[in-house]
Design a protein around this ligand. Sequence first.
Ligand code: SAT
Ligand code: MN
Length: 602
Amino acid sequence: MSDKSILLQSIPEGLGTHKPQGHAKLSAWIDDCIKRCQPAQVFYCDGSEAEKKFLEKEAVRMGILTPLNQDKLPGCFYSRSHPNDVARVEQLTFICTPTKEAVGPTNHWRDPQEMRAKLMGMLDGAMKGRVMYVVPYMMGPKDSKLTQVGVEITDSIYVVLNMRIMSRMGEAAYERLGADGDFNKGLHSTLDLNPERRFICHFPQDNEIISVGSGYGGNALLGKKCLALRIGSALAQRQGWMAEHMLLLAAESPEGKKHYIAAAFPSACGKTNFAMLIPPPHFAGWKITTIGDDIAWMEAGPDGRLYAINPEAGYFGVAPGTNYKSNPNAMKSIARDTIYTNVALTPDGDVWWEGKDGDPPAEASDWLGNAWAPDSPDKAAHANSRFTAPARNNPVLAPEVDDPKGVPISAIIFGGRRASTVPLVFQSFDWEHGTFLGATMGSEMTAAAAGGLGQLRLDPMAMIPFCGYHMGDYFAHWLTMGKKLKNPPLIFGVNWFRKDEQGRFVWPGFGENMRALKWIIDRCEGKVDAKETPIGHLPRTEDFDLEGLKDFGPADFEKAIAYDPAGWQKDYALAGEFFAKLGEHMPKELSARLEKQKAAVK
Ligand code: SAT
Ligand code: MN
């Protein structure tokens, strides 16, 4: 029988002892957390390889991770979450600012003092008999001006091992802080995983996050959505930069010319696939490399262009649907040193999920641990099952990921999952119209958040779940940023998910999305003209490269980009309701733009 005690045993000499010294505020905060949570052990992480090996071994002994078949998947582990803890929970996610007004109608608000008191009550003695891990990390390359330091205090070894993949974790973070640097305080406890005691709380004015009751990615890996987007967006607004829910890629032409592209799609709409795209054979000589797959931090550069970094160091991607056709580079990225959560486990220590290559296994144990066979009525993997993989595994990782000044963005793309109305690709008229396009985008909801699956909701800039302040002020910030940019990126809309009358996707998607990207790049270079319509510039069929596409000709393309005024009238009506909710905070330019657009699509 293995010993499942949740305290760390036989800690090797030198590990767990790296208590930060010389930053009085940090030390005082850690001491407060210890007093409050009363852990049985405190383990100070240093980010070393030896520490990783030790914590993995301990997580296995505790029964939290299961090693996978090391011949097939070296360095990989399997994990199951609590069945009620499988996604972000927007209704339990709060922004706690002094006034409710500051967070606007799209966020859940709580009074900071009241919320703090409630959380502190729950955290009193919460780590009795448990280990407290102190995790220093950086979001962003070591020497970037935009990089933020965070320290996450958690009682979950799973969180520590995931944070190690997703951020630049380790003592370099303390070095960057020096004696008095600003850092994000993140206190996390799983408590008893009771959804009644689950709260993900942000205190932007204190650069602080307190999260209890969940061990799931977006709720518990505090550097990711909590710091890099909710707190990050609020900091960015105050300091004049942007924190966005965007992938970042580099597209290099056969002549060696590079363009950097940022794209905002909601969770589980293919950001990871697009960021790792492999151009189809017809595009021989083109190369796409990945800078990031989820989050971009951007600022105006001295040349008036917009520069972006990826604050993350790993991919927390959706497993179902990932395969060698949809995303070969992701498949290679997750072949080693990866943590799999809530997928299915096969008898030979491999993983499986719906949409993985090959036939389903004859038998497996599903994400709940129940016996599963291909004729079982339930899915083997949870629809929001995930992989956590280090970016360095990505065969097409861009070397620019570590560049402290970031990459200059040529184009911003907004996209969502839309069965109708939104064409395959189109271009806005200018920054303000592009901001309007982002502000009015909608998407059918996915399994990345609990509830509402398939419903169309407005998700401006894919930031509805992640904007840490008033959406109206956020739109205004976009307009302000545009004024700072002498050479702003061009702004486009895309939709890979349009369906025909029979409910079939009209566009083949995946690698073929290169064709839309190529048109975007041609537009950036002023190489092609476009059709002007009320919603923006649409591609002319003759400029859009369809060569080498099987069973897809100009007539199909015209369906994919068809301008549908009736659909837009509905979209703009929805946008109007949304804008009205934002009240006085809504920038007048965008309200006026909506009226103009409504008239234009009549
Ligand atoms: O929120 S997570 O980071 O866990 C995943 C997502 O919804 O993008
Ligand atoms: Mn995301």
